[in-house]
Write a protein that binds this ligand. Structure first.
Ligand code: UD1
Ligand code: CA
Length: 454
């Protein structure tokens, strides 16, 4: 069999989420649950993905309009067997099919591959797990030889069957031909009046196939989400796994329970991350990096030996080796800090290219600006990049010194080794090696009397 089709059931309403949003679009680690399932499915070489939508179909379709993904709609939720039946027209003739669930987000590529390997001309695959509390799940019934014989749903089970602690995770693998043959045989004569996908197990046995029972690597892989408490609990389980992987790779965490990764995080070795940091989107950090508490880093690249102090936010920016940031720095999109730069407390940058060794240590706004090397920007300096209609650029040459509380009105060029006196408002070009004083001269009034209270 050459092709793989992956059917993802996502039609359920998710009543207990109490939400306008379809359940499968609620986020785990910053990504919709369905997105996690799709990503795991995508790692299986050349698979076609078919999502069975129902409640909130529009929203699901809008989010995943990828050519490798087909959508089929199950207008009425008549059971899991009925849901897979809806996908039949999208299945390819000679493919292996794995059935996954949009609200079971942490299934791994490894388990999906094992499920595919479990399908051959004599067997189909079923993912089962032993649970200390099997309440609510379909029970796995094995025959005298220990072979899987059937699945009995909780509501249809007798007291003896209810004692079984091996349960159906719902994940099944078989061929498209078998589905086409067997699904029409499924009826709804059961306690819930639903078409059960699970009936395929006894049907397969009757047709002479055996059931290959596969087990997931961990319970989290098959944990389904029905409410917000379960979602929050699974989030922590997943974050603990991500934190673990990071530590294994050589980064220390002050507290793995207070770490959040919402996307991909690549990191070198010998980094230290203090508590309550959030990494979002695509983040790369080098080696020997120290990140203080409460930092938020989004889609950014951090060089080696960088020190990021508490409460710093970095968004869509690049930070050069050995830079020192914060505490309380806000690095906005398009910032590129060179090596050995310093951006201190209450400094905001945006689209700012800052050359090697330059410093903006306190209370400044530097936006739409290009600073050369070894520039010193004094406290309270503002680049006035906006005239209310258009944005303009400020350029500052190497080794320049901008005195404190200067207002640099863009468009503006300051040449190399330029010097701006503190408190200046600079509106015209400052040539290289020039001092600009843009303020009125101080007057002292002798014998001046303070006002008195009337
Ligand atoms: C199902 C299994 C049960 C298993 C359990 C694991 C059946 C009959 N039972 O029970 O053996 O232990 O999952 O969690 O399959 N769905 C649709 N369309 C439908 C019905 C369901 O898309 O018509 C989707 C739901 O959105 C949900 C999933 O299928 O994501 C499972 O449906 P649910 O009704 O929750 O099945 P369970 O009763 O939990
Ligand atoms: Ca049900």
């Amino acid at each position: 069999m050459k092709t793989t089709d992956i059917v993802i059931l996502a039609a359920g309403k998710g009543t207990r989420m109490k939400s306008q949003l379809p359940k499968v679009l609620h986020k785990l680690a910053g990504k919709p649950m369905l997105g996690h399932v799709l990503d795991a499915a995508t790692t299986v070489g050349d698979s076609k993905k078919i999502i069975v939508t129902g409640h909130g179909a529009e929203a699901v379709r809008a989010l995943y309009s990828d050519p490798s993904i087909s959508m089929v709609e199950q207008a009425e939720q008549l059971g899991t067997g009925h849901a897979v039946h809806m996908a039949l027209p999208e299945l390819r003739e000679d493919s292996k099919v794995v059935i996954l669930y949009g609200d079971v987000p942490l299934i791994t590529p490894d388990t999906i591959s094992q499920m595919l390997d479990a399908v051959d001309n004599k067997s189909i695959g079923l993912l089962t797990i032993q649970l200390p509390n099997p309440q609510g799940y379909g029970r796995i019934i094995r025959d005298a030889n220990g072979q899987i014989e059937a699945i009995v749903e909780q509501k249809d089970a007798n007291p003896e069957q209810l004692k079984v602690d091996e349960v159906n995770t719902g994940v099944m693998s078989l061929t498209s031909q078998q589905l086409a043959e067997w699904l029409p045989l499924v009826d709804n004569n059961n306690a819930q009046g639903e078409y059960y996908l699970t009936d395929l197990i006894s049907i397969a046995r009757k047709a002479g196939y055996s059931i290959n029972g596969i087990h997931p690597g961990s319970v989290s892989e098959v944990e389904g989400i029905n409410n917000r408490q379960q979602l929050a609990a699974l989030e922590r389980v997943y974050q603990a796994q991500l934190a673990d992987a990071l530590m294994v790779a050589g980064t220390s965490l002050a507290d793995p329970a207070r770490f959040d990764q919402r996307g991909t995080l690549r990191a070198g070795t010998d980094n230290f991350i203090d508590v309550n940091c959030i990494f979002e989107g695509d983040v790369t950090i080098g080696s020997g990096v120290s990140i203080g508490p409460n930092c938020h880093i989004i889609n950014s690249t951090i060089g080696d030996g960088v020190e990021i102090k508490a409460n710093t936010v970095i968004d869509q920016s690049t930070i050069g080796d050995r830079a020192i940031l914060g505490p309380f720095a806000r690095i906005r999109p398009g910032t590129e800090l060179g090596t050995d730069t310093k951006v201190g407390n209450f400094v905001e940058t945006k689209k700012a290219i800052v050359g090697n060794g330059s410093k903006i240590n306190h209370l400044s706004y530097v936006g739409d600006a290009e600073l050369g090397e070894k520039v010193n920007v004094g406290a309270g300096t503002i680049t006035c990049n906006y005239d209310g209609v258009n944005k303009y650029k400020t350029q500052i040459g190497d080794n320049s010194f901008i005195g404190s509380n200067s207002t640099l009105v863009a468009p503006l060029n300051i040449g190399d080794c330029g010097f701006v006196a503190a408190g200046s408002t600079v509106t015209v070009e400052v040539p290289a090696d020039t001092l600009a004083v843009g303020r009125t001269k101080q007057r002292n009034i002798q014998g001046w009397k303070r006002p008195t209270k009337k």
